[in-house]
Design a protein around this ligand. Sequence first.
Ligand code: CP
Length: 311
Amino acid sequence: MLNHVIESQQFTPEILLELFKRADELRVKTDLCLIGKILATLFYEPSTRTRLSFDSAMHKLGGRVISTENAKEFSSAIKGESLVDTIRIVSSYCDCIVLRHYDTGAALEASKVSKVPIINAGDGKGQHPTQALLDVYTIYREFERLENLKIAMVGDLASGRTVRSLCYLLGKFPGNKIIFVSPENLEMSDDIKEYLKKKNVEFVEETVLDKVLPDINIVYMTRIQKERISLQDYKKAKGKYVINQLNFQLIKKNSRIMHPLPHVEEIDLPIDVEQIDKRVAYFRQAENGLYIRMALLDLILNKENCFEESY
Ligand code: CP
């Protein structure tokens, strides 16, 4: 069975802790455990962090990378080639494919025809499981636990694949409470709410961010995804939820602001505050992505049947 990474639910607490341990090791001591392996990064949507951190992770582990950063235009997709045909071909050139695609479900479809593991690097409004891995790794490093946390998820929760993937992982640990803060036109979808109910994870929906900020451990901000919603919905939501110098004061000293990045106007803090204040965790979060992706590549390329007992 190939070690595809399609959705965050497939990671058990045990696998997560194994990945965190390996990421911590690789942070301080590189291991050339992927010499001779080739990773293909196939991106049909823009990316800075995910693509470059996967590229860097592979290089640091001694492997090599083949890549197309704008597969929508610069691969044979532009000539009409289907994704499944592209995957059939590319999977015969490499040992693993990291795929970002604009269609929800694209990674799952790719996994059905691929000869090598597929890692979902974001599929439309679906999931972004490796972002969720780096998110929980960051939470674990900042709080030394993944349970009994109050997390506010803020912004465009309807289009946000990162918050969807993160909910699935937080649902695996007891005592967490999630506060969804979104414009009413961009609320978290019912499938996630159903999952949380099934897992007995408490959640509430709020509309006033400042009311929530004094009482949370983590505020997980997200961008309004202009590219995935109507102009009307965008105009209604833009600028509604912003962390600025004023409401930043409402956040407790030992709480954290996280964000999958890129951030635009929803974070309006001076650069020196972003640089110095411990509450700003999103740059550490992005850096953690490198180490957790190194650990993930090592796991799925060097161990068989990693996810056999998942779900
Ligand atoms: N968080 C994230 O996926 O960033 P990129 O779009 O830059 O990869």
